[in-house]
Design a protein around this ligand. Structure first.
Ligand code: ADE
Length: 245
């Protein structure tokens, strides 16, 4: 899968893709991340990419022409590319959206700065607007990194085994169960007995219960979307009774 990032700050992307899982994914050719400096597509000698807003007001607006030229260059190589604009006004990113995006072979990620982009960029070139949460970043760059990370780990071969992505929080709309590793005892805090028992059935049941408990306590909104068995529903009933008493 290929990501073309349109940004005024390409240097920001140098380190996140040089470490760990994403670096390996690039090395293996599973993902390709390219940064394109919007400034390189400015029309004038001074390479101006922003201007004051028509109608007045604070701040600067990113000009339409450099962005248009940059997008058109990528599109000339691949007309089927999907163009995403990272903005707090976009649709909030979630795991389901990440899964849908992971089926695409090529995305353009446009990172806004200042007061955003000229509205005509959105009208003419943007297929989808995505936000990574209800807060305002200094620009779309960090949001683009989050999106690339979230989508890439869903691609076959990027994580060690394909199972890891499926077992994560949100896959079945439950949060994850607690994890422990050695030592079994730390400052008087013990690893739950069942995890040391070697009884795989009991371990699975404990984990499911803990995932349900954690989701019920922290994110009850997720339970309505989760696929729950009759057994799960019974467990939840027990959990809610215990909490009330
Ligand atoms: N740019 C600024 N804030 C953002 C956010 N929350 N999500 C995506 N892009 C942004």
């Amino acid at each position: 899968m290929r990501f073309d990032i349109l940004t005024l700050f390409p240097e920001m992307f140098s380190s996140p893709f040089q470490e760990s899982i994403l670096a390996k994914a690039i090395e293996k050719g599973l993902i390709e991340v390219r940064t394109i400096n919007i400034r390189d597509f400015a029309l004038d000698k001074r390479r101006i990419v922003d201007d004051a807003p028509y109608g007045g007001g604070q701040g600067m607006v990113m000009k339409v022409e450099p962005i248009a030229r940059a997008i058109e260059q990528v599109k000339s190589e691949d007309p089927s590319v999907r163009t995403i604009y990272l903005t707090p006004e976009g649709k909030p990113l979630n795991q389901e959206m990440a899964r849908q995006l992971s089926s695409r072979s090529h995305l353009i990620l446009l990172c806004g700065r200042y007061e955003g982009v000229d509205e005509r960029v959105r009208e003419l070139f943007i297929d989808e607007e995505i936000s990574i949460g209800d807060y305002v970043l200094t620009g779309g760059e960090l949001a683009a990194m989050v999106l690339i990370d979230t989508v890439s780990r869903l691609l076959p071969g990027v994580l060690g085994s394909d199972r890891s992505a499926e077992e994560d929080s949100f896959f079945g709309s439950l949060l994850e169960y607690p994890q422990y590793t050695r030592p079994a005892s730390f400052r008087g805090y013990e690893v739950p007995e069942v995890l040391l028992s070697g009884n795989h059935q009991a371990i699975s049941l404990w984990r499911r219960k803990e995932a349900l408990r954690r989701t019920w306590m922290r994110r009850p909104d997720l339970l309505s979307k989760a696929s729950l068995s009759e057994e799960d529903k019974k467990i939840l009933e027990e959990i809610s009774k215990k909490d009330v008493s």
